[in-house]
Design a protein around this ligand. Structure first.
Ligand SMILES: *[C@@H]1O[C@H](CO)[C@@H](O)[C@H](O)[C@H]1NC(C)=O
Ligand SMILES: *[C@@H]1O[C@H](CO)[C@@H](O)[C@H](O)[C@H]1NC(C)=O
Ligand SMILES: *[C@@H]1O[C@H](CO)[C@@H](O)[C@H](O)[C@H]1NC(C)=O
Ligand SMILES: *[C@@H]1O[C@H](CO)[C@@H](O)[C@H](O)[C@H]1NC(C)=O
Length: 462
């Protein structure tokens, strides 16, 4: 007891010591405060100094570069210069081959809101371990419509452009001009606690590279909390994943034509709340446009009046997700292939209008390993790949019509049935006919019986 208490105190003291010792934050804040007191002239002269020594704190304050935190004057050049200095700052070895490790340097937006008139295109590539954080960027009225406020797309000689760039605690307002963030061919990028709004094209675009993690963020074209009178005209895409191995987690998408457009494999979508645009107004919550090789997981999410569209899904899981307001999953046929698809353990709730929880557009001729089952449905029409029915009658034949519940027309791969009768005789019975999603059980003599039938459309049987 005595020993462990001592150990705890020592540990605590050690933690405090390390934290106190390692606080560039505190240091630079004091320095920054000093600069402000010394006035702009002094500040400008400090800017001319060579990059700070690698042993000191490496924080680039955009206000040191003359950026206007009130958002009135154009701050494009100042913010770009801070980013440029950070990217050209002292390196501490390399991360991935060809990526200079900037050692945790930070570009601090100093809690201001900056007016930006052209994309903050990172001027140097092949860099990593840098954070940009703590403020707002607003596009000016003449910001190019094909631009992004923060643009990590400069090509490099390395396999990847950037590695471990963190964009954190930022509000990006594209002023209905262009988009918010573009990440191209980069490794291990974090976008955390960002609010991306008023984009005209795409809020966050990820192309190539891998492992961009978008988490705890809010995206919406229009700043609204739902029930917006202009919802019908919402346009743009909140997040486009045109690359592999990315994660979108704990993200709210509150207005856009398309919430998340996925065109790369092995992406994980979890804890996402989409109420970007109701399906009734033409919106799509999550659009999986990877026919033939989907490899996407959507879990623990909340599709709020807007659904999921998947084209020829091959390897797709939708699980533990809540669909509200008649939101449903639409499988669109391109070449008619659907394989390795699990839609299980979800909740669907609707307004008793008979809307089916899973719908098909076009024909699917190649169906394998598809399980739509165990969903909790209220006020919508259940669709499943494993349908069950119970038929009671005097015989000699019993017909279970499973067409209303089964997803695929005229497809039953396997049938199981149970024949229950309290007749004194032992009738012979068998499956007479399976066609058009109907199962007919027949007996040699008429007896009162109840027949339970289970039919599976999606299983694979050896
Ligand atoms: C904004 O620009 C005006 C005119 O150039 C200048 O007088 C003013 O000091 C600037 N404000 C800031 C906060 O930089
Ligand atoms: C790539 O390498 C070439 C030759 O070393 C150099 O001239 C060029 O500036 C490099 N490009 C980038 C983007 O680093
Ligand atoms: C938004 O983008 C569309 C084309 O996608 C363009 O026609 C429109 O002018 C853009 N809006 C603004 C405000 O630039
Ligand atoms: C099975 O039923 C269908 C009609 O549902 C019928 O067209 C077909 O001939 C039947 N097959 C047999 C073997 O009875």
């Amino acid at each position: 007891m005595g020993a462990s208490t001592t150990a705890m105190i020592l540990l605590f003291a050690a933690a405090v010591h390390v934290y106190g010792y390692n606080r560039p934050d505190e240091f630079s804040r004091k320095r920054d405060h000093l600069h402000r007191m010394q006035g702009i002239l002094e500040r400008r002269s400090l800017q001319q100094q060579a990059p700070r020594s690698p042993s000191g704190p490496v924080v680039y304050h955009v206000t040191d570069y003359g950026a206007d935190p009130t958002g009135r004057n154009d701050s494009t050049d100042a913010v770009l210069k801070a980013i440029s200095d950070a990217l050209n700052g002292p390196g501490r070895g390399v991360l991935f081959e060809g990526i200079v490790n900037l050692g945790g340097a930070r570009v601090d937006l100093d809690g201001g809101n900056y007016l930006i008139s052209r994309p903050l295109l990172f001027p140097v590539s092949g860099r990593g371990n840098l954070a940009i954080h703590g403020g707002s960027l607003t596009a000016s009225y003449n910001f190019p419509n094909d631009g992004y406020l923060l643009d990590l797309s400069s090509p490099s000689n390395s396999t990847y452009n950037y590695e471990f760039i963190t964009l954190r605690d930022l509000l990006l307002d594209s002023n209905y001009r262009g988009g918010g963030i573009s990440v191209t061919n980069s490794l291990r990028t974090t976008i955390d606690n960002c609010y991306v709004t008023r984009f005209n094209t795409t809020g966050i675009l990820v192309q190539g590279g891998h492992e961009t993690y978008i988490r705890t963020s809010y995206l919406g074209q229009h700043v609204t909390a739902g029930g917006d009178s202009g919802e019908r005209s919402f346009s743009g895409t909140a997040i486009a994943l045109a690359g592999n191995d990315n994660t979108v987690s704990d993200v709210v998408i509150f207005s856009a034509q398309t919430g998340i457009l996925v065109t790369g494999q092995a992406n994980l979508i979890s804890g996402v709340h989409c109420y970007n645009k109701a399906a009734g107004f033409g919106g799509v919550g999550i659009h999986l446009r990877l026919p033939g090789l989907t490899q996407t997981r959507i879990v623990d999410s909340y599709m709020d009046y807007t659904g999921i569209v998947a084209e020829d899904p091959v390897q797709l899981t939708v699980a533990n997700t809540f669909f509200l307001g008649d939101a449903f999953i639409l499988f669109k046929s391109v070449k008619g292939v659907m394989s390795g698809v699990n839609v299980v353990d979800n909740m669907f709730a609707g307004g008793d209008r008979g809307i089916e929880i899973v719908q098909l557009e076009g024909n699917f001729g190649e169906v394998d390993q598809v399980a739509v089952d165990r969903n909790a449905v209220k006020g919508m029409a259940v669709k499943t790949t494993v349908a069950r029915a119970s038929v009671e009658g005097e015989g000699p034949s019993w017909t279970a019509d499973l067409g209303a519940a089964l997803i695929f027309p005229n497809l039953i791969k396997q049938v199981q049935y149970t024949f229950i009768s309290d007749a004194a005789s032992f009738p012979r019975h068998f499956v007479r006919n399976v066609s058009d999603n109907k199962v007919v059980i027949q007996s040699d003599v008429a007896v009162p019986a109840r027949v339970y039938v289970t039919a599976d459309q999606g299983g694979t049987y050896l």
